[in-house]
Design a protein around this ligand. Sequence first.
Ligand code: UDP
Ligand code: MG
Length: 328
Amino acid sequence: MAGTEPLISVVAPVFDEGEGVDRFVRRLTEVFAILGVRHELVLVDDGSRDDSWRRVVDQAGHDPRVRGVRLSRNFGKEAAMLAGLEHAAGDAVIMIDADLQHPPAAIPEMLRRWRAGAHVVEAVKRNRPGQSVPARLAARLFNAGFTRLTTVELVNATDFRLLSRPAVDALLRLPEHSTFFRGTSSWIGFSRDTVEVEIDHRQGGASRWTFGGLCRLAVNGLTSFTSAPLHLVTLVGVGFAGFAVVLGVQTLVRWLRGGSVAGFPTVILVLLVMGTFILLGLGVIGEYLARIHEEVRGRPRYLVQERTGAGAEQVSPVPGQRADRAPH
Ligand code: UDP
Ligand code: MG
């Protein structure tokens, strides 16, 4: 009976994907046609400046299983994914990029693992096409550092993952303003499984990530998962205190003995080192302060301009708004 068959939601953030939207819908429809499971496709337009939204509306017009959510501006991929999660109705939700870099062919295997009892099925990448050597190195360094500091496994992690309904509900209970999906979807726990995938080259368009955007994501991820950098500042401070005592005593002794203390080079070096550390330390504190500020403001994480497709009217009027906190 169709009514009791589980519903699978596929959620994809869309930002300036143009004709990629049609390609994506076509590809997923193919995959699900073969699978023969009930599904819905939730496309979240993250304030695209091209005709992506018109294409989403068209697709939703042709196929009642396609739904669209249009954010009022570009809120970033993390917010778009969250919007999608909040709008998805399925018993399992699959998060996937709309640019087809995440191979939809892995979906049947993810569903198998889910049916076998996994609540979170992560796709881990075997390869990283189109990434320069420095970018790869930076990603590896960050992921290794993050994993060490937070015990959340990030190495080769992708945003391509399946979450069961209980896992989605758990994730949506996290109140943070700046989310880091890869981190939070691991942090919630639940029985998990992984499938290995080959990341494809982007089909059309270019990656939306800028260097600055990636840095923000890294800082967001770190500040939301660990206060280790703050402790590091303290530690380095303690180290400097020890150094200061040794150097101070040595300088004093030499001065009392009438020996000359090396002049400007020492002073300049010490000033530079100290200055750098103080500014870095302030920066670290500033990042945490900025996060607290953002969280305290408690603004909605995204705003919806319009929706399209079946059930568009039924969704609550202000999604993204935390139910447990009134806006300031
Ligand atoms: N995306 C988005 N908002 C943004 C940037 C990207 O919704 O501000 C979407 C984009 O449409 C794609 C996915 O996030 O579906 C991944 O983006 P991209 O391919 O640029 O990132 P990469 O694959 O390089 O990590
Ligand atoms: Mg991509």
